[in-house]
Design a protein around this ligand. Structure first.
Ligand SMILES: C[S@@+](CC[C@H](N)C(=O)[O-])C[C@H]1O[C@@H](n2cnc3c(N)ncnc32)[C@H](O)[C@@H]1O
Length: 275
């Protein structure tokens, strides 16, 4: 096992690096974009802010559907993510949307500017989720709607949790990283408390089960481990040890096979709130 010099570091994700392969996930999480659009109840004329827009979603879905009848401003902290989103914009010739690099914790917009503020799988990843959410509330108009998604409890994110557990079993207790940031707001009551602390008084939270279908084990392994949450913990091991972990995952996967496909359930949480 090759423990990094700084073994205390947590499983931080390099989003510029992750941008290279991030789009592989888009088909799996498109149902969340649809759910957010419906929660946000968009109308022509709306001014929308999409925070942590990554390689462009859900902004691009909105722009394809509404064109320039509404105005979308999308921001993300990672330069490479913004570059990919802008490239898609140029390629598709879409209008009504702009992408720029900006941290959620310091939104460079006046208070009360946007009719809707949305974010798909961003808030739990901010360096400071509370500050980011307070900023999102600040720029929302009175009576405007916030619509966000985060991941549910970690054990309910089956496709990541399975491999994570195999990795953790091999690490001595004191070298195990804390639970991945992606699941930070999944625990019952955490998102609710955060929304309250950010100043929201009226909100609803509901789970959304997402079924991920993988054609075969190789596809599952590649998509799940090439970047993101599992990459850093896996890189603590030698290539030979990583192969052993992969073999163990293959042994476990049979319980998820239905009609020749690997089917795993990952739970998202959807929240909508009014300012
Ligand atoms: C899981 S991706 C989601 C991207 C996109 N919303 C989607 O659903 O396809 C998370 C994104 O959050 C961004 N991010 C993380 N921390 C951030 C912060 N403090 N401010 C702005 N963006 C941040 C990352 O750069 C990354 O693009």
């Amino acid at each position: 096992m090759s423990i990094p010099a700084d073994s205390s570091r947590t499983n931080a994700i390099d989003w510029n690096e992750a941008s290279k392969t991030f789009d592989r996930w888009l088909p799996y999480i498109q149902p969340v974009a649809e759910a957010l659009l419906s929660l946000a109840d968009l109308s022509e004329g709306h001014e929308i802010l999409d925070v942590a827009s990554g390689t462009g979603e859900p902004s691009l879905t909105i722009a394809r559907r509404f064109g320039s009848t509404l105005q979308i401003t999308a921001v993300d902290g990672a330069e490479a993510m913004v570059a990919i989103a802008n490239e898609k914009l140029r390629r598709e010739g879409l209008s009504g949307v702009t992408f720029q690099q900006m941290k959620a914790e310091a939104l460079a917009f006046p208070s009360n500017q946007f009719d809707r503020v949305i974010s798909r799988f961003g808030v739990m990843l901010f360096d400071d989720s509370l500050l980011g959410l307070k900023e999102m509330r600040r720029v929302l108009k009175e009576g405007g709607t916030l619509a966000i998604s985060v991941w549910g409890e970690f054990h309910r994110i089956q496709s990541i949790h399975l491999i994570w557990e195999l990795i953790m079993k091999r690490l001595p207790l004191k070298e195990r990283p804390s639970l991945p940031k992606m699941a930070d707001l999944g625990h019952t009551g955490k998102l609710e408390a955060l929304l309250q602390s950010a100043g929201f008084r009226q909100f609803q939270i509901r789970p959304l089960p997402l079924l991920y279908r993988f054609d075969d084990f190789e596809t599952y392994w590649t998509i799940t481990t090439e970047s993101g949450t599992l990459r850093e913990p896996l890189d603590r091991f030698t290539p030979a040890e990583q192969e052993e972990i992969k073999e163990e995952a293959l042994q476990c996967i049979s319980s998820f096979v239905r009609e020749g496909k690997i089917i795993m359930e990952n739970q998202a949480l959807l929240a909508n709130a009014v300012k």
